[in-house]
Design a protein around this ligand. Structure first.
Ligand code: NI
Length: 176
């Protein structure tokens, strides 16, 4: 089977604001979806993770390849958390811009693998941050909803753009 590589959906597409549906069937179709998320992620050098709605599919699936760990998470949910970390983060659906976001320092996540088996894992720091970002995606939440400054920073030239304008873009209020 050839794996379909998809285009990443950008801020402004309403699919990014919708809640993904839980997976109930763990067969070929799901495996094809997971593989095309992974393939799309690997097409982007700076990508750490990608949620299914970022390729336009409203299913609760995310693929993470970050800090030398790989996860395929189906129906993930945070079941415990503590502490706080504040760092700049970005998103493949808003290329080139970063914003300061506070998140839990530690999370415990429950998820199913591609065969429907339950896993529970705990991580701190960057991976904990990544899990929270991805689970937010599956709930229609974007990192810009949690940025604590009034602007985002471009990674090209350190120029700033107003957070408000990006939120308007993400909510479909202005055209690109
Ligand atoms: Ni993202």
């Amino acid at each position: 089977m050839t794996v379909k590589k998809s285009k990443i959906v950008l801020f402004g597409d309403p699919v990014l604001r919708k809640v993904a549906k839980p997976i109930t069937v763990f067969h070929k179709k799901l495996h094809g979806l997971i593989d095309s998320i992974a393939e799309t992620l690997y097409n982007h050098d700076d990508g750490a993770a990608l949620a299914a709605n970022q390729i336009g599919i409203l299913k609760s699936v995310t693929v993470i390849d970050y800090m030398e760990e790989y996860f395929e998470m189906i129906n993930p949910e945070i079941i415990d958390s503590r502490g706080e970390q504040t760092e700049y983060e970005g998103c493949l659906s808003l290329p080139g811009y970063y914003g300061l976001v506070s998140r839990y320092e530690y999370v415990k996540v429950k998820y199913l693998d591609r065969n429907g088996n339950e896993n529970i894992i705990e991580r701190n720091g960057k991976l904990a941050r990544c899990f929270q970002h991805e689970i937010d995606h599956l709930n229609g939440i974007l990192f810009i909803d949690k940025v604590s400054e009034s602007f985002l920073i471009s990674n090209n030239n350190d120029s700033k753009i107003s957070l408000e304008s990006v939120i308007d873009l993400a909510n479909g209020k202005i055209n690109k």
